[in-house]
Design a binder for this molecule. Sequence first.
Ligand code: AMP
Length: 251
Amino acid sequence: MSIKVLVAVKRVTDFNVKVRVKLDGTGVDIANVKMSMNPFDEIAVEEAVRLREAGVATEVIVVSAGPTQSQETLRTALAIGADRAILIESSEDLQPLAVAKLLKALIDKEQPQLIILGKQAIDDDSNQTGQMLAALANLPQATFASKVVVADGNVTVLREVDGGVETLSLTLPAVITTDLRLNEPRYVTLPNIMKAKKKPLETIKVEDLGVDVSPRLKTLRVAEPPKRSAGMKVSDVKTLVEKLKTEVKVL
Ligand code: AMP
């Protein structure tokens, strides 16, 4: 059986960037900050490309919802090995529910059998889009996948849970979200970056999908975590125990 795979990739602040809260407390400052593909989405693309290379998948389509610059993220996904890309262009702040609705509209159009997302985007750490998408599309879901095996119209997913590994079997079509240990994404090579420039990248507008993307959540305030106060050195264990009792009150 050959299947079509849809992978959702988000452009986020690079994981190495230390973000700063804006002075007015309305959010974090991402002006002039390095942006990259969300790390869990790189794992999602890698998994889809491996399925394609193994002959299990016939086509890997990558999709991103966001500003024009998200094209760069899609080109990276194409360089990893995806076949074609779709940008759902929007300059709005797209919250997880809005993205899930957009992806649902795209599923209706493209009819993929497997939809892979990251378990969370490292900018807002929502961990919601995959779950909401599965609910909206009425599809089975397996979140935090650490192993994926597709066979005979089913997908078997292993997930690490407290104290063990859970095995789920879902009928296709299905939604999967990736955990860190699913695979190690390949390095993107220069020849593949060049090849990716020739692969198809289609841009569609939110309006074309007829989806209401207006925000449902309002951020009231964003603040830096409180600064840690300075520590102190004690001369011996006896004093340490004394301080823990009297000052920290943990004993
Ligand atoms: P979140 O629910 O925001 O933590 O995101 C979980 C996953 O949903 C991400 O790892 C992506 O696979 C997908 N996703 C979230 N936002 C977008 C977006 N704007 N465009 C494409 N995929 C997205």
